[in-house]
Design a protein. Structure first.
Length: 250
């Protein structure tokens, strides 16, 4: 199952994705996490060190090709990329993580990007779940994968404007090359007294609201202190809500 998480900056997409991976890891399935948002701090919130990104590998190959040097062991470019991707994959007890890093530069290096896409698609087949933390602009997603996405989860803040953005993302998603089987919305940082209103607005906009996470002091505090959100206790209120979503929809 391929799940993409999107949402504009600051809504809590990284926090949600972290809790989603944490909850999903309890199912004892193989999980690949792809951090495709250069602005997110997913490795930090997951609590893992990442040395190299896919972007770094792209640059490495570019430099070798430009300097007209031989690739190690007489490898083809595709083989080189493939071996490097497997090398930079961060393996943990609960999931594997691939960080895309900086996006493609302006000088199009299309064949490399196509190969990367192919390698990542191939890699994805080894996992029960692939969770992609996407960039705000969905167009990038089609550059990163050729596979269709089973579930797109749009994270939003609890505002009418936020929900309208979610509606826009949903419309945009329908126009992309990559197809989404289902598009759901999760509202984050919702105060209990506004839950009803958020539900009403979502209904008005025809959005499938699958969860409302409360504003949670513990999340704010962990982030403030730089403690990985992965370490949040099992009884954390926001985490409990994410667990419900995982049990019901994933
Ligand atoms: N449920 C929550 N309760 C309290 N604070 C939250 C909650 N979710 C997220 N935050 C806080 O909101 C801020 C933004 O969260 P986060 O970094 O997850 O957002 P994001 O959408 O991934 O943003 P960006 O893409 O800009 O990194 C952080 O300071 C985080 O601690």
């Amino acid at each position: 199952m391929i799940v993409a998480v999107s949402g504009k900056g600051g809504v809590g997409k990284t926090a949600f994705t972290t809790l989603l991976v944490k909850a999903l890891s309890k199912k004892n399935k193989n999980i690949l996490v792809v951090d495709a948002d250069p602005d997110s701090n997913l490795p930090d919130t997951l609590g893992v060190e990442v040395e190299k990104t896919v972007g770094d590998i792209r640059e490495e190959l570019k430099k070798i090709v430009e300097s007209k040097k031989e690739l190690p062991g007489g490898m083809s470019k595709l083989e080189f990329l493939k071996s490097k991707i497997y090398e930079i994959l961060v393996e943990t007890d609960n999931y594997d993580l691939l960080v895309m890093g900086r996006p493609e530069g302006s000088g199009c290096y299309c064949s490399v990007n196509n190969w990367l896409r192919q390698i990542i698609d191939e890699l994805s087949k080894y996992y029960d779940y692939v969770i992609i933390d996407t960039e705000a602009g969905l167009e990038h997603l089609s550059r990163r994968t050729t596979q269709n996405v089973d579930l797109m989860i749009v994270v939003t803040d609890p505002s009418k404007r936020g929900l309208k953005t979610a509606e826009r993302i949903k419309k945009l998603a329908n126009e992309l090359e990559v197809k989404f089987k289902d598009i759901y919305v999760v509202a984050n940082k919702v105060k209990p007294e506004y839950e009803k209103l958020v539900e009403e607005y979502a209904k008005e906009l025809n959005l499938k609201l699958i969860g409302k996470l409360p504003y949670n002091k513990e999340i704010a505090e962990y982030d403030l202190k730089g403690i990985p959100l992965w370490n949040l206790p099992e009884d954390n209120e926001a985490y409990k809500r994410v667990k419900e979503i995982v049990d019901k929809y994933l």
